[in-house]
Design a protein around this ligand. Structure first.
Ligand code: 4AD
Ligand code: MG
Length: 462
């Protein structure tokens, strides 16, 4: 018989039909006459109830059906007698695939802490919360591809191993096959990377943007969606050392077009989740964050506020607040400042533009004031920065001037610079941190809980 998924059985039940389901036991209760097994197969947050009449089953076999065990159930789908479900399965046969020892199974009890579940990341998928989070994560990945495909953007696969530092911030993981204890050395005594695997020093990418720009300056509109890596020692609930980023890059977009796209894109993703993940969102709204659905609905139905960095600094300096980090023109904004603007001052998402050039990356287009660049950060409630982007400097002289001012390795960027020599064009793009988006979508509070296996300082288990 063909296996049916629980999601299918519950959404389109054919009462009276013989069905086969397979999944993991969530709970089992009952008495000596009858047993009720709550079964989940991951296809939905909802369980299907299996009823086992003890007259038909050997007591000894049912003993193995404990929380966490994996079973296959054959039986008739019938209207449920009890409360809480419309249909249930009247079991005629149960096969146990995998027993689950009640004394040693770590997820026996409800209400484990998030820390405990992180230490059991290999099993946490089996909880309602993580099932919901990872189904939503999947739906968002799918929606991202759909959004851009429908708009005629091309998915560009930018390299994971690179020889350049896209952000110029030096927060890179090196990739090498040289022997750590005994690397070859050149005449000056420095490590001789010409003997390394690629014949040069390489690292894991911090961003696919620079290669994305090359694509946009030929294909028009592209996006990347891949893993990125940052060796920044930030132990916060918003930072990972390995995270996924979506980076659209568009020829002929100015900063305003870039902001319009970012706002439309974010709202599309939220709407997609509201339309397609309602069971999981309802669960998270009731168990994790009571304000979740209200916040999601609020963000899709309100315009984002747009203002300059300078205006934001004015607001922050006149706010009656004790800041942990000082505020002042020229200083970078910290999470506390971003969240004040979004959560307390405007009470809605904010797009900040025109940041001081000194605190932004080399590739951003310089404004005529000589002080600021056409940067944009999108700030979200509960998150802070969710998107960073800009219009790009398309002028060769200005771009190389900035690279030299900052002392960046010009020779590693020859290919990037050539696009400004050969048919340069105004263009813009941004990067959405995928996990920060999932944090917002799920109401989870720690970024380690929205990626299956988080990589953070001093942690690479699993
Ligand atoms: O602001 P960032 O550093 O911008 C870039 O990398 C540009 N190259 C993007 C572009 O213009 N194409 O990073 C973009 C976003 C941030 O807004 C944040 O959401 C996320 O990536 N992000 C992180 N997410 C998790 N952990 C980290 N360590 C992150 N660093 C950035
Ligand atoms: Mg940023």
């Amino acid at each position: 018989m063909e296996r049916k998924k629980v999601k299918e059985l519950l959404s389109d039940p054919v009462v009276g039909k013989e069905v086969l389901v397979k999944g993991w036991v969530r709970t089992r209760r009952g008495n000596k006459n009858i047993s009720f097994i709550s079964l989940n197969d991951g296809s939905t947050i909802n369980n299907i109830q299996v009823v086992a009449d003890m007259a038909r089953f050997d007591e000894l076999r049912l003993r193995d059906i404990t929380t966490g065990a994996c079973i296959a159930v054959t039986g008739e789908l019938v209207e449920s007698q009890g409360q809480g479900q419309s249909v249930e399965i009247n079991a005629s046969a149960i096969e146990v695939y995998g027993k689950c020892d009640a004394d040693t199974y770590p997820l026996q009890k409800k209400g484990h802490s998030m820390e405990f579940l992180r230490e059991h990341a290999h099993l946490r998928f089996r909880t309602n919360t993580f099932g919901a989070v990872f189904r939503i994560r999947h739906a968002m990945a799918f929606a991202i591809h759909k959004y851009f495909n429908d708009k005629g953007f091309f998915y560009l696969h930018t390299p994971i191993i690179t020889g350049s530092d896209a952000e110029g911030a030096g927060e890179m993981f090196q990739v090498t096959t040289l022997e750590p204890g005994n690397p070859p050395r050149n005449e000056e005594g420095a490590i001789d990377y010409t003997q390394d695997f690629f014949g040069k020093q390489t690292n894991l990418t911090v961003s696919g943007q620079l290669e994305g720009e090359l694509g946009a300056l030929a294909l028009g509109e592209i996006y990347t969606f891949g893993p990125t890596f940052r060796a920044e020692n930030s132990n916060t609930p918003r930072h990972l050392a390995e995270f996924w980023m979506i980076e659209p890059e568009m020829a002929f977009y100015d900063l305003k077009d870039n902001m319009d796209l970012a706002e439309d894109f974010l709202k599309y993703l939220i709407r997609y989740a509201l339309d397609n993940c309602s069971d999981d969102l309802k669960f998270l709204n009731s168990m994790i964050d009571k304000g979740l659905l209200e916040r999601l609905n609020f963000v899709v139905s309100n315009e984002f506020v747009r203002l300059t960095y300078t205006e934001a600094v004015d607001i922050l300096t006149s706010a009656e607040k004790k800041w942990e980090f000082p505020v002042g023109w020229g200083r970078d904004l910290q999470a506390e400042h971003e969240r004040y603007l979004v959560e307390e001052h405007f009470k809605r998402p904010v797009i900040l533009i025109d940041y001081p050039r000194e605190i932004k990356a080399f590739y951003m287009k310089q404004n005529d004031d000589g002080k600021t660049v056409k940067a944009m950060d999108v700030l979200f409630p509960g998150i802070g920065e969710i998107i960073g982007g800009s219009q790009r400097e398309e002028d060769y002289e200005r771009l190389i001037g900035r690279i030299r001012e900052l002392g960046l390795p010009e020779k590693d960027l020859w290919w990037y610079l050539e696009t400004r020599k050969f048919g340069t064009a105004p263009h813009s793009g941004f990067g959405l941190g995928f996990e920060r988006m999932i944090l917002f979508m799920t109401g989870m509070s720690n970024i380690r809980d929205v990626i299956p296996f988080p990589r953070t300082p001093r942690n690479a288990e699993f």
